[in-house]
Design a protein around this ligand. Structure first.
Ligand code: ZN
Length: 466
């Protein structure tokens, strides 16, 4: 079965193809750069990365646009409080966001576009909406009249037919199921940045930003539009209303949404003390790839409960993957090729790929890899896994890692502690006593990789940091 995604618009799992030249035109809603991004934000960004990587691995080319919202109510409030322009203020958090993405091994979209650098595209879209009779002006702000778009509600599957005409909202984020005319262009106010434009002085609303930039860079119909579930209503509903009222064409063919993240089963909030930025977790000593793995392993449409036990388990899983990789590199299997192993490797690869093809089911894809590793280790121990089987096993790990991107260790500020080294050495002594020399050698190789050199002497094992 080919690649397929759950489409929020149709509420169906549908086979995916690109509309033009095998190139996926994809828009994902990016960060509002008013603070450091938190772990809930990064669940969504890791999902975008997974989507990108699997599309690539499936043979598609990508034209992926992500916006940086660098003008918005919270930004203006915080910049004013800091006595900075919004440009100065957002520069810091934009860079922090890009650094965090690199830390988490997120591929850069083909285009990162800033709202403040695309104001003409937004005023042009608003002008066209006005010409189509979808807008009205009140106190210098321009609003979208949702009664002018009968299909309003088709993405969130809400019935808004009973809405009060003319009720309007000035803020960009508002209650679910409370459909109101929303603001496209906010009137100039003292203490706020203002653009002098053909539609008057003011600044853009958040919703028009994404419609205008998506269509400017990717054309009138996108292959994929993605975001977190909290964006379905009102943000994405409003994007559809804006874009389709202008073009009379479907705005996006596939709408993909990632679910919420909770921390230790609680909604993450600063007041509950369970609010974590990526930076805070790194400071606590968690490796970036451990966090990446923890965010990746739960399929994107399932709620993810982020826990510290889960982080430990993620680390153990990565260790297991690396141990197997090391074993492939250092064991010296006998010559030849075992057909049963060959078949098992091909089967695992098929399971891995078909799981990701099935709406990016990472949990099943990862399970396929670990079941394979268990079987391959058994075959290696029994001498059944032969030299001729190594290449396909390596290929499978590489295929896994072109999506997971966790095998390469990050530069660790602090390596193993003395106690951890001692514990590993004792494990190795135990293995030697049990005449499990392969295991003993593996531990030595792992320690070496971690920068620890061990030496067997008459007095026992000596070790040093390399
Ligand atoms: Zn957006």
């Amino acid at each position: 079965m080919a690649l397929r995604f759950y489409n929020t618009l149709t509420q169906q799992v549908e086979p995916f193809s690109a509309l033009h030249d095998n190139t996926v035109r994809m828009y994902t809603c990016g960060p509002t750069v008013y603070d450091f991004a938190h772990i809930g934000n990064f669940r969504t960004f890791v999902f975008y990365d997974l989507l990108r990587r699997w599309l690539h691995a499936s043979g598609f080319k990508l034209d992926h646009v992500m916006n940086i919202t660098d003008v918005e109510d919270k930004i203006i409030r915080n910049a004013n409080a800091a006595g900075q322009s919004i440009g100065e203020y957002t520069a810091k958090y934009t860079q922090a966001f890009l650094d965090d993405c690199a830390t988490l091994r997120l591929e850069r979209p083909e285009r990162l576009v800033k709202a403040t650098e695309n104001i003409p595209a937004m005023t042009d879209a608003i002008r066209r909406l006005a010409e189509a009779g979808c807008t009205y002006t009140s106190d210098g702000s321009i609003y979208y009249r949702i009664a002018a778009f009968p299909e309003y509600g088709k993405l969130s599957h809400n019935d808004f037919s009973g809405i009060r005409a003319g009720a309007r909202v000035d803020v960009d984020e508002y209650d679910k199921a409370d459909a109101r005319d929303f603001v496209l262009w906010k009137a100039a106010k003292p203490g706020e940045p203002v653009w002098e434009t053909e539609i008057g002085p003011g600044r853009p609303g958040w919703h028009i930003e994404c419609s205008a930039m998506a269509m400017k860079y990717l054309g009138e119909t996108l292959d994929i539009h993605a975001g977190g579930v909290d964006l379905i209503f009102p943000h994405h509903e409003n994007e559809i209303a804006q874009s389709e009222a202008i073009t009379h064409k479907p705005f996006a063919r596939f709408w993909l949404h990632s679910e919420h993240l909770t921390v230790e089963s609680q909604k993450m909030s600063k007041s509950a003390g369970n609010f974590f930025t990526l930076r805070e977790l790194l400071e606590q000593g968690y490796a970036p790839e451990t966090i990446r793995y923890a965010l990746l392993q739960v399929p994107y449409r399932r709620k993810l409960n982020f826990t510290f036990d889960g982080l430990k388990a993620a680390k153990a899983s990565i260790d297991r993957l690396r141990s197997f990789q090391l074993r492939l590199d250092t064991d010296k299997p006998a010559e030849g090729n075992n057909e049963a192993v060959e078949k098992r490797t091909a089967e695992a690869r098929e399971q891995f790929e078909s799981s990701l093809d099935n709406d990016l089911n990472t949990a099943e894809a990862i399970a396929a890899i670990f079941e394979y590793i268990r079987d391959a280790n058994t075959a290696l121990d029994a001498g059944e896994f032969r030299a001729g089987n190594v290449a396909a096993a390596r290929d499978l790990l590489a295929r896994f890692d072109c999506v997971a991107a966790v095998l390469e260790p990050s530069e660790q500020k602090s390596g193993l502690t003395d106690e951890q080294v001692q514990a590993r050495i004792e494990e190795r002594n135990g293995a030697k006593k049990a005449r499990d020399f392969a295991r003993a050698d593996r531990i030595r190789a792992e320690l070496l990789e971690a920068g620890i050199v061990i030496e067997d002497t008459r007095e026992g094992v000596r070790w040093k940091r390399s």
